[in-house]
Design a protein around this ligand. Structure first.
Ligand code: ADP
Ligand code: MG
Length: 346
């Protein structure tokens, strides 16, 4: 090597050593995973660290999708659906734990949340405008009952007691995935972030000292906001009858199924749940559709970690006790100061 080349090389190496680190700032990315929109926004002290963290989030989302997708015949979930009506099917510890956890939400929602809804749910095809006939629903409905799913804790096996039973984790898998991603970001030292998968989001920290302002959209108009909620260090799920649906003869066929009837559950138009984790909020966001807003509020108000906002069929907005607007101010008192806040993109 000539002296000049050696000089040049050592100069380049020196320049590398003293190069300023890529700048701190907000970074974001959106990808289509789990049949939905996955979004992450985070504050990174340097761009490389931020990119790696975002990469790790997307990889985790893909990993969970591969485990739990019912669209992928090779997924463990598909294996259960193919064989558990004949024999106990052994599954991965993580999947077993989530299936077990889903029965906890069945219990506290009095059966409104039930992953065996899929025994009827698979008869709907929303993009193709297909829904089952009453006779088809009647034939498939006896298979819907989470209590007929036998979970063997010692061997991590799942067995269906009814031959027509199928399960689907679409009502809790995204919330779970969001929580996993949040844990990954926290382990990497990220202190401010939002992770979203479909209707399920969780916020780490705040937005530089101010809460995020999260909008709840109008069920019929995505541009209209029903209300905004300031949030930090919290999870939020919104379920709506406008997400996957089609209308036929004045009936809306949408993706939240009443496990008792096999029909789309229509007691509210949208339900937003707030709680510390996205698994919790996802597990609870279907309740009001099935049980109605009053019963759902009764359940939510019993659990101090949870809050809720429901939009009824008549457009009425109902709040849980923790979110009730304050009583009117006595005359003459000035309003409390309000500050502008950043927004979670819808
Ligand atoms: P997103 O998928 O956007 O997060 P939701 O949280 O509202 O939407 O979940 C809707 C999904 O929940 C449906 O697409 C379906 O997979 C599943 N599901 C529908 N009805 C039920 C039910 N009664 N219990 C449990 N899961 C359900
Ligand atoms: Mg959800």
């Amino acid at each position: 090597m000539s002296v000049r080349v050696a000089w040049l090389l050592s100069l380049l190496l020196l320049a590398g050593a003293f190069a300023p680190r890529a700048r701190a700032g907000w970074m974001e990315r959106t990808e289509a995973i789990m049949g939905t929109r996955v979004y992450v926004q985070l504050w990174a002290d340097d761009a490389d660290q931020g990119n790696e963290a975002i990469e790790a989030v997307m990889a985790e989302m893909r990993r969970i999708d591969n485990l739990m997708s019912h669209y992928k015949p090779e997924s463990e979930l598909s294996q259960i659906n193919a064989r558990a009506n004949r024999e106990p099917v052994q599954v991965d510890k993580e999947l077993f734990a989530l299936i077990k956890l889903s029965t906890h939400y069945s219990q506290i929602t009095e059966g409104a949340f039930d992953i065996t809804y899929a025994s009827v749910g698979y008869l709907y095809d929303y993009p193709r405008h297909v829904h089952p006939t009453d006779a088809q629903i009647k034939a498939a409905l006896p298979a819907v009952n989470w209590r007929n799913m036998l979970l063997d804790e010692a061997h991590h096996t799942v067995r269906f007691e009814h031959p027509g039973m199928r399960i689907d984790l679409g009502g809790i898998g995204k919330g779970y995935a969001v929580d996993r991603c949040v844990a990954i970001l926290q382990a990497r030292g990220i202190q401010r972030a939002v992770v979203t998968a479909g209707g399920d989001s969780r916020i780490i920290g705040d937005h530089m000292g101010r809460p995020w302002l999260v909008a709840i959209r109008h069920p019929d108009n995505p541009k209209k906001v029903v209300t905004r909620i300031p949030l930090s260090d919290s999870a939020m799920s919104t379920s709506g009858d406008y997400e996957r649906y089609f209308d036929e003869n004045g009936v809306r066929y949408h993706h939240i199924i009443d496990p008792r009837t096999g029909h789309s559950a229509s007691k509210v138009r949208s339900a937003t749940i707030l709680a510390p984790t996205a698994t919790q909020t996802d597990g609870m966001s279907k309740t009001a559709f099935v049980l109605g807003p009053e019963k759902a509020l009764e359940i939510i108000n019993r659990m101090p970690e949870y809050d809720a906002v429901f939009v009824g069929p008549d457009g009425r907005v109902l709040y849980s006790n923790g979110l009730r607007p304050p009583a009117p101010r006595p005359a003459g008192r000035p309003p409390a100061a309000t500050v502008g806040s950043p927004r979670v993109p819808p």
